[in-house]
Structures are given as C-alpha cells and as structure tokens.
Design a binder for this molecule. Structure first.
Ligand code: FES
Ligand code: FES
Length: 155
C-alpha cells in the first residue's frame, strides 16, 4: 500500500504493508535508524518518536494509522543537534552504551514541549517508562533539569 508520511518536515512516500509498525518503516524503509527497537511491545521506550508533538511508541503503531500526523524522529529534533535537551545531554554526558538514548531524548523533549517548567515529580513521571539497561537514570534526570534551565534562559 502506498502511504504518504510527514517525517521530519518532509513528505515521504512509502510502499509497505498497512500493518507494518511505524518503527520498521522509519528504520528499514526511510533509513532513519536513530529510533531503536527494544522490546517491540510498548514497554521500554527505545522506539519513541513524536507524533504531532506527543510522545508515541512507534513499535506499536501501524503505519496506516499515522495519516496526516507529523512524525519527528531524533534525526529531525533540531537542525544542528542543538535542542536544549541535546545540549543538556552532552553537558551532563548522559549516555553509556547509548542504545536507549534517542528514546530518552525524544521523551524529555516531548515533556518540555508540554510543560516548560516541570517539577522533579513531573520529570520522573514522564521518564519512568523509558528503560535504560545501563541505569543512567540519575544523569537522565539531571539532564532534563538542565534542559529546563536552558529552555528558560534562552527564552
Ligand atoms: S521497542 Fe517500542 S516500547 Fe520497546
Ligand atoms: S545508555 Fe545503555 S541502555 Fe541506556
């Protein structure tokens, strides 16, 4: 089935089975491999992307359901890898193996979009579904707090 998707502000035409999870269309068809496969059942957050700005697990989403919604992947989060969350992540040196990190960054950036001054609890709540097998959780929390600071000082 031919489907038009809006990914990272570009219209992309794909020819795939309508039930293919968006994750595999992003990775295998569009070669946007920053979005990762972790569990495939909505439990880890590695596959997180934004759909109209809202955090979405792409491993569970049949591509035919996306419709006109705008998909943003880690590759399209910012033009020069300079989204406040990305800057904070570098400053705090969050990643260890890196596998979960795109999902973490997409989740944190979706939180900041909805709430530019989240409390510690808001941050914990937003991030708690993103698993990191290297247990970088403390650095993730610090980096989200740093990103909030950067967002507020660059206003
Ligand atoms: S791969 Fe989608 S939530 Fe784990
Ligand atoms: S940095 Fe290794 S899984 Fe999170």
């Amino acid at each position: 089935m031919e489907i038009n998707l809006t990914v990272n502000e570009k219209i992309r035409k794909v020819d795939v089975d309508k039930n293919t999870p968006l994750l595999w269309v992003l990775r295998d068809t569009l070669h946007l491999v920053g979005t990762k496969f972790g569990c495939g059942v909505g439990q880890c957050g590695a596959c997180s992307v934004h759909m109209d700005g809202v955090i979405t697990r792409s491993c569970l989403l049949p591509v035919s359901i996306v419709g006109d919604a705008k998909i943003t992947t880690i590759e399209g989060l910012s033009e020069h890898n300079n989204h406040p969350v990305q800057l904070a992540w570098r400053e705090i040196d969050v990643p260890q193996c890196g596998y979960c990190q795109a999902g973490q960054i997409m989740t944190a950036s979706a939180l900041l979009k909805q709430n530019n001054s989240p409390s510690k609890e808001d941050i914990k709540d937003a991030m708690h579904g993103n698993i990191c097998r290297c247990a970088t959780y403390q650095r993730i929390e610090k980096a989200v707090e740093k990103a909030v600071e950067l967002t507020q000082t660059t206003k």
